[in-house]
Design a binder for this molecule. Structure first.
Ligand code: NAD
Ligand code: ZN
Length: 666
């Protein structure tokens, strides 16, 4: 065998193993399933031709990913194998021929292949006892608590079957996925790439409360083990599972002619665009359970089943327009608008172009002939440009926000353009969520869901509107009863007393965090003084740099800001800052706190020090003035001794503070 072939095989193994790790262990694929499958196919062909290339670490020999240490491990009594996959109807005929060598006139069941993750559910005397992921097929993860949050998994079966283990596919409905991604974008989290990864990521959350919020669902498709009931065929077992209370494969039909099998596969292909879940193929299974025994399995998959994978559909069309929309986080997204084409059973006229880098890399221009692809995923994408029109020019996303008309900017380390106008209607919801959040105005009960309704119903257009809400409007809102409206009004009322520094932080001025807001307020303790301060003056504040100072003055120079502040003032929102620093006897002194204190918590001690003008640092150095040591000081105590830093006991510290307060009273 040539060295080049060996090298190619090794390269494929390494790359596929890495892709599989990202996909199974981190739920974050680097390439599309189709591209992965095509590489896998190439490796399989090489290994077929040169069997000496097959090593135990080859991805062709292994199923799925490793179990994470986060969960208890579960050893599967019945192996949870994968499926042999095929990419043409011809290969389904070949599968049938292979089956026919062992079984005469086999009967087949065709099922939709759900794109989720495989789990095993165990029941003893009809009670759900344990659920686990597939893992590598032999050892999976115990995710019982998370599975219990899925409403369609029965906790008790309609019959007390002595023992039952079933296998099913947990998935995230498309609608839930779109909602989740929207939420993740608002929270500035990295969104999941597709419903399958979202389902896998959600089921492997350590906290079942998170999993519960993710709206997962399941289709059960096989009996792995059963006691107390004899079944002859697969279709019979699906019927029985239904009777027990399971949600089973949504599409299954039994056929005895291979032509009918092929027809049904095509029917699923046409219908799958309209399913509420992602379908990446069709599975053909031998129906008789006894025949399955005869056919057996390889180390990786059963020989009685085959998965047909639908190829991604691609079509050529003409790009008519590029529409720019602005999302809730202010990101400008280009969408291709083209002459409608029929893809995966639906008419398509729009596709994502991601960002400027994507457009530039593929040199996509207005008027181009383009190739659009729809694979398993929900949203089609523009794959490439086939040809440009004469005299066409490279396309650049205009740097203007389509919602507010202000200039959009490219932030560091981002491929995207963003609208940063604090009053852009497109990003208002996100600003409001920040405004009401715990660290900002801390308005309990005014979370993202309610704010979204308030914005959608046009009740709220900016932060000040929150203080002029109408009781009747709120009571009409979904899920808002009298009591919760009262509580909400009380929380809004309470927020009026917040310190000015919280309000400044809540306004969401670019680059102004909690700390920056506090520093600003220490220097300028009223809103009027802040608004009058010049950029130069603000830059002089210790801890505030040029950029932050510019952002602050730019914000307050806007007419909209002045109006907003005026209305907040009218509502009675506090506009002054009460300095935390009441004394200065500890000024210029740095403290480190260690050990357990008796009279107060470490945070309380920190507050006392800061109120008196001192600083608290996390580690002892030559610059430390005092170590405040409670019981069991440990390494910090040792270090302070070594460096000769004075050590204060709690009593010493109290004396020092009382002296301070005493002096203040003089
Ligand atoms: N994009 C990437 O980087 C990447 C990496 C690794 C794997 N993958 C993808 O993962 C897949 C390979 O994973 P696999 O080994 O799980 O194989 P598979 O997903 O192709 O098929 C096996 C699985 O199908 C599921 N299934 C769904 N509906 C079923 C039904 N009705 N009957 C029987 N089984 C059903 C089972 O849970 C089973 O585990 C490929 O599609 C591959 O593209 C992608
Ligand atoms: Zn805008």
């Amino acid at each position: 065998m040539e060295q080049a072939i060996k090298d190619r095989a090794q390269k494929l193994k390494d790359t596929l193993n890495e892709y599989a790790r990202l996909y199974y262990v981190y739920d974050n694929p680097a390439v599309s399933d189709y591209d992965y499958d095509m590489m896998m196919n190439e490796l399989k062909k090489l290994e077929n031709e040169y069997p000496e290339l097959i090593t135990p670490d080859s991805p062709t020999q292994r199923v799925g990913g490793e179990a994470l240490n986060l969960f208890e491990k579960v050893t599967h009594t019945v192996q949870m194998g994968s499926l042999q996959d095929v990419f043409s109807l011809e290969e389904i005929r070949e599968f049938d021929e292979r089956v026919q060598k062992t079984i005469s006139s086999p009967e087949y069941v065709v099922e939709a292949k759900i794109d989720g993750l495989s789990v095993s559910l165990e029941y003893t005397d009809g009670i759900f006892t344990r659920g686990s992921t597939r893992g590598d097929g032999f050892v999976g993860e115990d995710v019982t608590q998370n599975l219990k949050t899925i409403g369609s998994i029965p906790l008790k079966l309609s019959q007390p079957v002595p023992f039952l283990e079933v296998r099913g596919e947990v998935y995230m409905p498309r609608k839930s996925f779109l909602e989740l991604v929207e939420q993740q974008e608002l929270n500035e989290e990295v969104p999941f790439k597709n419903p399958r990864n979202a389902a896998a990521g959600s089921l492997r959350q350590k906290d079942p409360k998170v999993a519960a919020k993710r709206k997962l669902d399941i289709f059960v498709f096989n009996i792995q083990q059963i006691e107390g009931k004899t079944l002859e065929t697969h279709s019979e077992s699906l019927d029985f599972l239904k009777e027990l209370g399971f949600k089973v494969s949504p599409w299954y039909h039994t056929f005895s002619k291979i032509e009918d099998v092929l027809d049904d596969i095509e029917k699923i292909g046409e219908a799958r665009g309209s399913f509420s879940f992602d379908t990446d193929g069709a599975v053909v299974k031998v129906n008789s359970l006894q025949d399955r025994e005869l056919l057996g399995a390889t180390a990786k998959y059963p020989k009685w089943a085959a998965a047909f994978k639908y190829p991604p559909e691609e079509k050529e069309t003409t790009l008519q327009e590029i529409e720019i929309s602005v999302g809730r986080t202010g990101v400008l997204t280009p969408t291709a608008i083209f002459e409608p084409i029929l893809l995966a059973g639906t008419s398509v006229s729009r596709a994502v172009l991601h960002n400027q880098d994507y457009i530039t890399e593929k040199d996509i221009r207005l008027g181009d002939r383009i190739i659009v692809r729809k694979a398993g995923e929900i949203i089609p994408e523009v794959v490439r440009s086939v040809s440009h029109q004469a005299n066409s020019m490279p396309y650049f996303i205009p740097d203007v926000c389509p919602s507010c008309g202000e200039q959009a900017v490219k932030l560091e380390d981002e491929a995207a353009l963003r609208c940063v106008n604090p009053f852009c209607p497109a990003t208002m919801l996100k600003n409001l969520i920040h405004f009401a959040s715990r660290d900002a105005m801390n308005i309990d009960g005014l979370g993202p869901a309610i704010l979204k309704m308030l914005v959608e119903k046009d009740f709220v257009h900016d932060e000040a509107d929150l203080y002029f809400l109408n009781r009747e409007d709120l009571i009409d809102l979904e899920r808002m009863g009298e009591k919760s409206v009262d509580n909400l009004f009380q929380a809004i009322e309470n927020s009026k007393n917040n310190d000015l520094s919280l309000l400044i932080f809540a306004l969401g001025i670019r680059n102004v965090g909690k700390k920056g807001a506090e520093l600003l307020c220490e220097a300028y303790p009223t809103i009027d003084r802040i608004m009058e301060a010049s950029c130069e003056e603000i830059t002089e504040i210790d801890g505030i740099g040029q950029v932050m100072a510019e952002n602050i003055t730019e914000y307050f120079s806007r007419e909209r800001s002045k109006e907003l502040i005026a209305r907040l003032r009218e509502a009675g929102v506090n506009m002054t800052h009460e300095s935390k620093i009441s004394g200065n006897l500890l000024s210029n002194l740095t403290f480190v706190i260690t050990g357990t204190l008796n009279g107060f918590t470490r945070n309380e001690a920190k507050d006392i020090i800061e109120k008196n003008g001192g600083k608290v640092s996390g580690s002892v150095s030559k610059k430390t003035n005092y170590l405040l040591a409670g019981e069991a000081g440990g390494s910090k105590l040792k270090k302070a001794e070594d460096l000769g830093v004075p050590i204060l006991s709690e009593t010493d510290f109290l004396k020092m503070i009382n002296q301070t307060e005493g002096e203040n009273h003089d």
